[in-house]
Design a protein around this ligand. Structure first.
Ligand code: ZN
Length: 373
């Protein structure tokens, strides 16, 4: 994958397409990204290419059916260019995969880590599912454009990055328990993450060098998922919880992940401080109160497949603590950037949120701190 993270990349795109020999180009955009940059790209590329073509995604929703319909319309196309962030990329990536056409990603906001990843997250019958797709041939992150994007989108990208802490702790726990030998610290870039934390002010003031750090971190994580062959380096308990909340409320993925990360960080911290024994006894939510019979059966099957009699004495608590950001450290960063810190901050019902916290462990066969709770 070729990667360009710099200012003023519009001309570079035309050169790149020429070098690669792509002549028949289709740009995929929505109404917003058309105004932000796709219109300019089309005009610019029309000096080099004929026929020029573009495809609107309306409304911009990451649905499987939109990717399928785009793929059907792709006749005689050399290359697709996704101009947008999460939704446009997921649709284009999967359409490119279905049609066997290469695609290029031209980022408009640093809201998620999927630019470099080869999976597409798309909704089918109301449920978001991850589909294997095509990795971009090239990712263009124009720092002038992403630093001018709405701050909410940048905040979402930070939220989807800072879950590194809870994700790594969960995966390391499973590894130490002998349940997952795929774990490696190489999938995490704590140095870059620290640079991001040190440059939160820069994100708020539109400083291009701060946006460069966030861009590099998001791309690093996308590539880590490709290397690992799964979303494990970027998605553990906090994502299981976020996905449950997403199916009821929708909204920006990274902001959902931010709130859920804070909750999971607190839960991990309590368990680690208490030799992994739950410190409070709780009344657990019932699956039947929230899901259809079919979903309940599916969740019970997943949960039944998880190991039960595990020996927690083998866990190196110190080693896990060493890779985590404390709950209060996260809270300070969130407050500085203006990220939501509570379920209410995203308009979520707190009772429902707490119920989903109990239920999240049933939704995926990954062993996390939620399984100790
Ligand atoms: Zn994510």
């Amino acid at each position: 994958m070729d990667l360009f993270i710099q200012s003023n990349l519009q001309n570079k795109l035309a050169n790149y397409l020429q070098q690669r020999g792509y002549k028949k180009i289709t740009i995929v955009n929505d109404c917003n990204t058309y105004k932000v940059v796709a219109e300019k790209l089309l005009n610019n590329l029309s000096n080099y290419f004929e026929p020029r073509n573009h495809h609107y995604i309306t409304p911009p929703k990451a649905q499987l059916s939109k990717a399928q319909s785009l793929a059907k319309q792709l006749k005689n196309v050399d290359c697709l260019i996704a101009v947008g962030s999460g939704t446009i990329n997921d649709i284009t990536k999967y359409a490119a995969h279905l049609a066997g056409v290469p695609y290029i990603s031209y980022a408009t906001a640093l809201s998620m880590n999927g630019y470099a990843s080869s999976t597409a997250s798309l909704e089918y019958e109301g449920i978001k599912t991850s589909y294997p797709a095509t990795q971009a041939k090239a990712v263009f992150i124009d720092l002038d454009i992403v630093s001018a994007a709405p701050l909410e989108l940048t905040k979402a990208g930070v939220g989807d990055s800072l879950c590194r802490s809870t994700t790594q702790a969960d995966w390391l726990l499973a590894n130490q328990l002998g349940l997952d030998d795929e774990y490696s610290s190489e999938y995490f870039n704590i140095t870059l993450e620290q640079q991001l934390i040190d440059n939160i002010d820069g994100l708020l003031s539109g400083d291009i060098s701060a946006y460069k750090i966030l861009a590099e971190l998001l791309v690093f994580t996308g590539q880590a998922m490709n290397k690992a062959g799964s979303s494990k380096p970027a998605s553990q308990a906090e994502h299981m919880l976020a996905h449950l909340m997403d199916s009821k409320y929708g909204g920006y993925h990274g902001l959902q992940v931010a709130v859920c990360t804070l909750t999971i960080a607190q839960l991990q911290q309590q368990l680690l401080a208490n030799d992994l024994k739950p410190s409070i006894s709780r009344k657990y939510a019932k699956l039947d109160d929230y899901f259809t019979n079919e979903q309940v059966e599916k969740f019970k099957k997943i949960y039944a497949s998880k190991p039960k009699n595990i020996d927690l004495n083998v866990v190196d608590i110190k080693a896990i603590k060493a890779v985590t950001l404390g709950h209060s450290d996260l809270l300070n960063i969130y407050n500085k950037l203006g990220l939501p810190t509570t379920s209410a901050g995203l308009g979520w019902d707190d009772g429902f949120y707490k119920a989903m916290l109990d239920i999240a462990k049933y939704t995926r066969d990954r062993f996390t701190f939620l399984d100790l709770h």
